[in-house]
Design a protein around this ligand. Sequence first.
Ligand code: C5P
Ligand code: C5P
Ligand code: ZN
Length: 471
Amino acid sequence: MDGPVPELAECASACAERLGDADSVLLASHIDADGLTSAAVAASALERASIPFDTVFSKQLDESEIAAIAATDHDTVLFTDFGSGQLDLIAEREAAGAFTPVVADHHRPADAETEFHLNPLLFGVDGASELSGAGASYALARALETDGVDNRDLAALAVVGAVGDMQGSNGGLTGANERIVEEGVEAGVLEAARDLALYGRQTRPLPKLLEYASDVRIPGISNDEAGTIAFLSDLDLDLKEGGEWRRWIDLSGEERRTVVSALVQRAVASGVPASRIDSLVGTTYTLTTEEEGTELRDVSEFSTLLNATARYERADVGLAVCLGNRDGALDAARALLRNHRRNLSEGLRWVKTEGVTVEEHVQWFDAGTRIRETIVGIIAGMAVGANGISPRLPIVAFAEKSDEEVKVSARGSRVLTRQGLDLSAVMREASRAVGGDGGGHDVAAGATISNGEQRAFVEHADRLVGEQLDG
Ligand code: C5P
Ligand code: C5P
Ligand code: ZN
């Protein structure tokens, strides 16, 4: 049986076998939507295979985090959604006899090797767009199946992880991710459809859905409450029920088509570029076993809910939601989501007001303490395309971790990666040049450097990006 990613099947079996032979497993994962879903997929599969384990989360796997992991009493450590980028440090611990690592990750590997290393990049599968950490974890979960166990229901979480890592495009997920989608559909947990591609189809009343949509800006609708209400009221549809606005999911297919075509007409009339208009409709994913009208039913809303927990030191809450806790944990996650959304919108407003500094090959801003370092990358990505922030240059963002340390986040585009941009190499080399470290993916990467080295870092990054795009 090959599993969803045949290229990885053999390696996944070897990893699964090692986990089955372990005396005691520690599951260690990353604190974002992909990291949480990776952990939840692995945790469910280990549990179903009757392999006991403990779980820890980490913001950034560095020397001291790995030392802390080595100090625990586990003979086997399963790293998910990180580990490849730190394989040099992990391999040193392994050589010293601290633990046997099993790594299920999709980040650019450091220059070292280990036996149980499940990473799409080692098998010719693109780790930035075709398989996420949760996808690698899912491949492992399928290999961990024992008699009578079917782990295909975990495809739902794997898809949440891939979407959380922005692996899809308007046409939806591709490559290995798409095969995972197929397995989720077969298992009856997932549905894919062409639909309005705006955030909040499950939970937002119609005016808020349109007004807050930030991906496609339509004059007179985006950020315009009165304009949005006037637009909806002119449609000759019954969009209220008992005095309350209905949500997207409450509309019939016919009603949805009417709204979409009116939106498209309005966008055309307002001169919105055709490529932006096309992205109003895209492939959307629904978790069919979740309750309608909740954040969990829509894959994109689910992934934002998870980021709202783990990036605020509440990975426990996000993991509990992934594992099916729908009472206390879901309420706690919703409270965290309100806070996260407020932080995103305040941070984004700050970046738009302050603007970016444009160098020859990169643009950058330094948020200091104004933006939390765990979300500065998300905000940098959202800022691209806003007033004066060009999508033609990669964006580099700084935020203070402490008086001593600064977090760096970088975001590019697929157009730039096709021209040779590899932000993972840029972050690693530019940070090492100033005594820090970093890594990630070609299109999105990060680093930690000493506070005060920002300018020097920008100079290195600017030169490195220039070299990549020249060559
Ligand atoms: O550590 P991890 O792989 O989970 O994080 C990937 C990060 O890269 C996410 O924050 C995701 O939003 C970002 N990303 C992006 N654009 C892409 C692909 C990934 O901003 N095209
Ligand atoms: O933190 P941020 O969202 O900017 O991270 C973008 C990508 O870079 C993620 O995949 C993250 O795991 C990776 N990263 C890394 N090393 C760092 C910081 C981030 O590999 N020091
Ligand atoms: Zn990931």
